[in-house]
Design a binder for this molecule. Structure first.
Ligand SMILES: [Zn+2]
Length: 140
């Protein structure tokens, strides 16, 4: 059995998904204190386990504190933030691809058509498609 520390008290409230970062940080501090107090109780190999627990508590505290510094209050906000970030990053990539990355117009007889929307390009050497805004590259 890894740890059966008599000093480790039960958490004041049962852990739940709605636990605030403040509460998590307080619990981590308590766990770290318990781990510190347990060093020397058992064999040196056991001490190493407590030291690893302390290091993990400190690492988790650093991550959560950084999130808290950005105004995050609970794990749900972390998920929302990452979800929003990923959605915006994908949206930005699409906009960049459309409006900034050149693509060669497709020649069709005497006219050219947009490689994105397939509509006729009204003005030769236009920088963008008049219909959809796609950035055009004429290879000049
Ligand atoms: Zn177009």
């Amino acid at each position: 059995m890894k740890k059966q520390d008599k000093r480790h008290k039960a958490p004041a409230e049962p852990p739940s998904e709605g636990m605030s970062i403040d509460a998590i940080l307080a619990q981590l501090a308590s766990m770290k204190d318990n781990a510190k107090a347990s060093i020397g109780d058992v064999d040196p190999e056991g001490d190493e386990i407590w030291r690893q627990d302390i290091a993990a508590c400190e690492a988790a505290t650093a991550i959560l504190s950084a999130l808290q510094d950005e105004g995050i209050k609970d794990p749900e906000q972390v998920r929302d933030l990452i979800h929003d970030y990923n959605a915006l990053a994908a949206q930005y990539q699409n906009l960049h691809q459309k409006y900034e990355v050149e693509e060669k117009p497709v020649r069709l007889g005497n006219t050219f058509i947009c490689p994105a929307c397939n509509r006729q390009i009204r003005q030769l050497y236009a920088a963008h498609c008049w219909s959809c805004g796609k950035r055009l590259g004429w290879g000049r």
